[in-house]
Design a protein around this ligand. Structure first.
Ligand code: NAI
Length: 244
C-alpha cells in the first residue's frame, strides 16, 4: 500500500502503459483519475479498475481541457498528490517526408501536454502542505534518437529538460519531479511497428525481450511513492539495458 490515501492523475490511461500505471496505483491504495482523449476509453478503464478510479475526458495539449480535468479531480477527491504525464502519440516519418503538422502535433501532445499538466499540478501542490510527485514518460528515443522520429525524439528529449527544470521549481514546495525512459514495451504503439523493425530492435535489448506495461508501472510507483522521497530530477531507464 505505497500510495494509501493518495490521489493520482494519470494521463493517457485508457490503455497501454497508462492503464497499467493506473491499475498498479489503485492496487497500492490510490484513488486514480483516468484522464484520456478518449472519453469512452477513460470511462471503460475506470469501470475495469473499480470504485477507486474515475474516468474523465482530457486533451493534454489543450489548456482549457487540462484546467477542467484538474478542477474536476480536485472537486471529486479534494486534492491531487501525484501526476503521471503519460499521454502520447506517434506520427513517424523520415524528415524529408514529414509535414510540419505532424511535427507540431507530436510536440504539442508530449511536450506542451506535459508542460500544461505539470503547471496545473504544481499550482495545486504548492498551494497546500504535503508536496507531491510528478512522473513524466520520456523515451529511449529521446536519449539516442530514432530513424523516422525527429518529432517524437525531440519532444521526449525536451521532456527530460522540463523534468529537471520543474524539479528545481517544485523542490521548495516538496514536489519531486522525475522521468522514465521506457525502451520497447509491448503496447498498441509498438504493435503498430513493422515486424522486421521490431525484430531488429529486439536484438539490441540485452534482456532479450520487450518489456511489459506493468514493468514501467512498477517504476512509476517507486517514483510516485515515498520510497523515492530523496529522488528528484532523475531519469530512470526501463529498457532492458537497451542503449544503456
Ligand atoms: P498507447 O498508444 O497504447 O496509449 C496512449 C494513450 O494516450 C491512449 O489511450 C490515447 O488515447 C492517449 N492520448 C493520446 N493523445 C492524447 C491527448 N492529447 N490527451 C490525452 N490522452 C491522449 O501508448 P503507450 O505505448 O501506452 O505509451 C504511453 C507513453 O509511454 C507515451 O508517452 C509513449 O510515448 C511512452 N513510451 C512508450 C513506449 C512503448 O514502447 N510503448 C516506449 C517509450 C515511451
Amino acid at each position: 500500500m505505497l500510495l494509501k490515501e493518495k490521489v493520482a492523475v494519470v494521463t493517457g490511461a485508457a490503455q497501454g502503459i497508462g492503464l497499467a500505471i493506473a491499475r498498479t496505483f489503485t492496487e497500492h491504495g490510490a484513488r486514480v483519475v483516468v484522464a484520456d482523449l478518449s472519453e469512452e476509453g477513460a470511462a471503460g478503464a475506470a469501470r475495469e479498475l473499480g470504485d477507486s478510479a474515475w474516468g474523465i475526458a482530457c486533451d493534454v495539449s489543450d489548456e482549457d481541457s487540462v484546467r477542467a480535468a484538474f478542477s474536476g479531480a480536485v472537486d471529486r477527491y479534494g486534492r491531487v498528490d501525484v501526476l503521471v504525464n503519460n499521454a502520447g502519440i506517434t506520427r513517424d516519418g523520415m524528415m524529408h517526408r514529414m509535414s510540419v503538422e505532424d511535427f507540431r502535433f507530436v510536440v504539442d501532445v508530449h511536450l506542451q501536454g506535459t508542460w500544461l499538466c505539470s503547471r496545473e499540478a504544481l499550482l495545486h501542490m504548492r498551494s497546500r502542505e504535503g508536496g507531491g510527485s510528478i512522473v513524466n514518460l520520456s523515451s529511449i528515443s529521446g536519449k539516442v534518437g530514432n530513424l523516422g522520429q525527429s518529432n517524437y525524439a525531440a519532444a521526449k528529449a525536451g521532456v527530460i529538460g522540463m523534468t529537471k527544470s520543474v524539479a528545481r521549481e517544485g523542490a521548495r514546495f516538496g514536489v519531486r519531479v522525475n522521468a522514465i525512459q521506457p525502451g520497447l514495451i509491448r503496447t498498441a504503439m509498438t504493435a503498430a511497428m513493422p515486424k522486421d523493425v521490431l525484430a531488429a530492435s529486439l536484438e539490441s535489448v540485452p534482456l532479450g525481450r520487450p518489456g511489459e506495461p506493468v514493468e514501467v508501472a512498477s517504476s512509476a510507483l517507486f517514483l510516485a511513492s515515498d520510497l523515492a522521497s530523496y529522488v528528484t530530477g532523475v531519469t530512470l531507464e526501463v529498457a532492458g539495458g537497451r542503449h544503456m
